[in-house]
Write a protein that binds this ligand. Sequence first.
Ligand SMILES: CC(C)(COP(=O)(O)OP(=O)(O)OC[C@H]1O[C@@H](n2cnc3c(N)ncnc32)[C@H](O)[C@@H]1OP(=O)(O)O)[C@@H](O)C(=O)NCCC(=O)NCCS
Length: 185
Amino acid sequence: MIFEDKQITLKDGRTAVLKSPCVEDAEKLLNYIKKASSETDFLLRYPEEWNITVEQEEAWVNRIRSSPDTLGITCYINSEVAGNCEISFKSGMKTSHRANIGIAILKDYWNLGIGSAMFEELVAAAQNRGTEIMELDFVEGNDRARHLYEKFGFRVVCKKPNAFKLRDGTYLSEFHMQKYLIRRL
Ligand SMILES: CC(C)(COP(=O)(O)OP(=O)(O)OC[C@H]1O[C@@H](n2cnc3c(N)ncnc32)[C@H](O)[C@@H]1OP(=O)(O)O)[C@@H](O)C(=O)NCCC(=O)NCCS
């Protein structure tokens, strides 16, 4: 799916553009996700696990752009990638009422309102699609993410104890959240 470019103003007055990831930015997108993965333990992978080629990243961008079931939104600041998010609409007959969200913003750009701007677009896209339940997961201790998600009406529905095991042996639980776009079932 393609997201129509949208200019936003950040909390510090700078402007940014939300747009679909561009295939010519595949290398930038790969560098961005490696950097984001090095800046927090709250993402699924360590940076070295992103051992894919630029060509593979290009294929991922093309898949996102052409898929009828996935909307990717990248935040560009001065043509550099500051963050990215995705909503994946499930397509199975028994699950197509649900959609799953992922988001990561580079540390330099945390707390500037990018996550909130992205969530407004993701919720609108889910509403337009007729999605009933939006879902996401966050890891224990990710208070900024939890605050953002609760601000947009997501609520914790279950906990997966010890879902993450960090390099130093620390176990972290994962929380599953849902947001109902229809009257709660
Ligand atoms: C979590 C994340 C997506 C949030 O995006 P963001 O652009 O920083 O979010 P925003 O600036 O729109 O909003 C952040 C909110 O959290 C609040 N906040 C900041 N630090 C906080 C903390 N330690 N505890 C609680 N709330 C906090 C801010 O005050 C702001 O609240 P407000 O909108 O009510 O003023 C981003 O920080 C990120 O990508 N982090 C690293 C990767 C990650 O954790 N991804 C999510 C995996 S589930």
